[in-house]
Design a binder for this molecule. Structure first.
Ligand SMILES: O=P(O)(O)OC[C@H]1O[C@H](OP(=O)(O)OP(=O)(O)O)[C@H](O)[C@@H]1O
Ligand SMILES: O=C(O)c1cc(=O)[nH]c(=O)[nH]1
Ligand SMILES: [Mg+2]
Length: 196
């Protein structure tokens, strides 16, 4: 699957949104990739995640565990794990707390794990997910995502395989271009907004 094929999936699923969005990082953008419009279709999700699994296998070799950050990472993590013949687990947040493995999830000694994100913008969520795994007995050998919208600039502290790399502008709240400032912002993701 080429980058154009993947973007065609996002377009035809209605997952490429334009407007004014507050992202997980607090940055603002005129573009939002609503991955849930992909993940509501299991057949489409299997196509896209199957392509990601091929890239993961080519880059990292055999993988035993896929670990993803909730909520957005859970479905693609599961489907990518299915294509890899791996197990799927996820990190999640209690309100106000960092990501953690719960529910008895662990990466056992000797296991090779890959962190699978849906979208990477600044890499903050990916880094927080990886930070939650440092004490696990098994090894995290690399990271992967469906779309890296940082243009390859996000630094996860380990290799990142992306099915598609885009360079989409983001803006701090006090540096909005006039066309964004003119429309009310929506925040689609699950990370809590800072108080105030
Ligand atoms: O690279 P970053 O700057 O961290 O941005 C990307 C993250 O933002 C979204 O998650 P979000 O926190 O919005 O919640 P969600 O997973 O519930 O959609 C997305 O799923 C990534 O995890
Ligand atoms: O940075 C984000 O929060 C983000 C961007 C995007 O395009 N899609 C998404 O689900 N999250
Ligand atoms: Mg997320």
């Amino acid at each position: 699957m080429t980058s154009d094929d993947v973007l065609a999936e996002f377009r035809s699923a209605g997952a490429l949104l334009e407007g004014h969005f507050v992202l997980s990082s607090g940055l603002h953008s005129a573009v939002f990739l609503q991955k849930m419009a992909i993940f509501t279709d299991p057949v489409r999700t299997a196509r896209v995640c199957g392509a990601l699994a091929e890239r993961i296998e080519a880059q990292y070799g055999q993988v035993d565990y896929v670990v993803s950050p909730a909520i957005g990472g859970i479905v693609p993590g599961y489907e990518t794990a299915r294509a890899l013949g791996a197990k799927a687990i996820f990190v999640e947040r209690d309100p106000g707390k960092p990501f953690a493995l719960r529910r008895g999830f662990t990466i056992p000694k000797g296991a090779r794990a890959v962190m699978v994100e849906d979208i990477v913008t600044t890499g903050l969520s990916s880094r927080e997910c990886l930070a939650a795994l440092t004490q696990e007995p098994g090894e995290v050998v690399g990271a992967a995502c469906l779309i890296d919208r940082s243009g390859g600039k996000a630094d996860l502290g380990m290799p990142l395989v992306a099915l598609v790399t885009l360079d989409i502008p983001n803006y701090p709240a006090d540096q909005l271009p006039p066309e964004l400032a003119a429309i009310p912002a929506v925040k689609p993701g699950s990370r809590a907004l800072p108080a105030g």
